[in-house]
Write a protein that binds this ligand. Structure first.
Ligand SMILES: *Cc1c(COP(=O)(O)O)cnc(C)c1O
Length: 445
């Protein structure tokens, strides 16, 4: 009998994966899950240390989510939003607007973080075309930004390893530094200073009338390696964009739905974006779903007679998928019925209290944390700041060591990322942290 592993090697091409080395890695083949655990074909259990790529919220196989999905399945799995509407899409939109930052009034669905950003870009571009400022065609993005893998969102991306090769295919964006600061130890926490914002202020002063929007990952750049911004940065961005009449697009694909301790990261600085991109946690981590939220003034710029062609000509086959929306609605209900944010607050406190144990390790250069997002950067020689040779795949070796100890984690280069389901229990989080520490010790010995 052909094993699943053999079939995987023969037929699959995995994302962000060097396939030449894949088969030898013998990655677990997951057949089930329960709460914060994944179960492989051999029955082994692993803590889901990256919440199945930063999206699981309430745990796997949550009864309320399973039953919401089953109930919807008893009605219809999919119907189109082009020319029709459906109940879960309507009800979820109403709930999203109720919980989203003030002034956001409209929900445009798609199916991944990349498309949520793609939609935001096209929306912002077309908006200015239709309100008499057609010269506003340029975008500002941050160095090391990650907004997804479609061509528009890659154009905004600033991670050379992922994005550089595609430059000839991309549109140009203005790029300004993201003010990454240490937030750990907490008593050394930095706040916003003028240097952090000066490059953007300068750019807007010189070119604002040509700029459509600034696009930002609020509070923390995820895929860059959990790079944390100083307090006050997002609020200052909002103020600058207002001053120059530039739209602010906030990409909360990673930070949304409780990850930083509030439902949306924007709440930390009472910021309301012009456009908000949501995905990952929106369906509780169950199904592909995304939403781009915007303000009424932007929506209204697309209204007109049929033959004016102000329509937003964008949409995907599975836009507003009823199954995904039904589970998204049930997930938002769980935030209340299970007091998810309160419980996340406790886990964040637990995490922060534990972090000093990591800084004691010889090869831990930096620990970066915001909410339930943690990046642990490893270096060969910490005092000298010498990185490990890339070919050694040191981060990957930590992952392998953790797998043997019963946790699934993922590195970004030599930065180990932890981003467990928000519903992870106290003992499970303690265990995940200890496994990570031991695995770092082993892989850097
Ligand atoms: C993951 C991510 C995306 C892309 O989302 P996909 O669903 O993978 O397309 C976009 N922006 C941010 C901030 C992300 O973390």
């Amino acid at each position: 009998m052909t094993t699943l592993r053999e079939l995987d090697s023969r037929y699959l091409w995995h994302p962000f994966t060097q396939m030449a080395a894949w088969a030898a890695e013998e990655a677990p083949i997951i057949v089930a899950g329960e709460g914060s655990e994944l179960i492989d074909e051999g029955g082994r259990r692993y803590l889901d240390g990256v919440s199945s790529l930063w999206c699981n919220v309430h745990g796997h196989r949550h009864p309320a989510l399973d039953s919401a999905l089953r109930a919807q399945l008893g009605k219809i799995a999919h119907t189109t939003m082009l020319g029709l509407s459906n109940e879960p899409a309507i009800r979820l939109a109403e709930r999203l607007i109720a919980v989203a930052p003030a002034q956001l009034t409209r929900v445009f669905y798609s199916d991944s973080g990349s498309t949520a950003v793609e939609v935001a870009l096209k929306m912002a571009f077309q908006y200015w075309q239709q309100v008499g400022a057609p010269q506003r065609t340029e975008f500002v993005a941050f160095e090391n930004a990650y907004h997804g893998d479609t061509i528009g969102s890659v154009s905004l991306g600033g991670i050379d390893r992922f994005h550089q090769l595609y430059r000839p295919l991309l549109f140009d964006a203005h790029r300004v530094p993201y003010p990454g600061v240490r937030r750990w130890p907490l008593d050394r926490r930095e706040t916003l200073c003028d240097d952090h914002i000066a490059p953007l202020r300068q750019l807007l002063r010189e070119r604002a009338e040509r700029i459509a929007a600034v696009v930002v990952e609020p509070l923390v750049q995820g895929a860059a390696g959990i790079i944390t911004a100083p307090d006050g940065f997002l609020g200052e961005l909002r103020r600058l964009c207002d001053e120059h009449r530039v739209l602010l697009i906030v990409d909360e694909v990673a930070t949304g739905f409780g990850r930083t301790g509030t439902l949306f990261a924007c709440e930390h600085e009472a910021v309301s974006p012009d456009v908000l991109c949501l995905a990952k946690g929106i369906s509780g981590g169950y199904l592909p779903l995304a939403a781009t939220l915007t303000r009424e003034a932007i929506y209204e710029a697309f209204l007109g007679a049929h033959d004016e062609f102000r329509t937003f000509f964008h949409g995907h086959t599975y836009t507003g998928n009823p199954l995904a929306c039904a589970v998204g609605l049930a997930s938002l209900e769980l935030f209340e019925s299970e007091r998810r944010l309160e419980q996340v607050g406790a886990r964040i406190g637990q995490l922060e209290a534990w972090l000093p144990r990591l800084l004691e390790l010889d090869h831990v250069a930096e620990v970066r944390q915001r909410g339930l997002m943690l990046g642990i950067e490893l270096q060969l020689d910490v005092p000298r700041g010498t990185p490990y040779p890339v070919a050694e795949r040191r981060g990957h070796q930590v992952v392998i060591a953790a797998r043997r100890r019963g946790a699934v984690i993922r590195p970004l280069g030599d930065t180990i990322v932890l981003m467990p389901p928000l519903a992870i229990g106290e003992a499970e989080l303690a265990s995940l942290l200890e496994i990570t520490r031991q695995s770092i010790v082993e892989a850097t010995a």
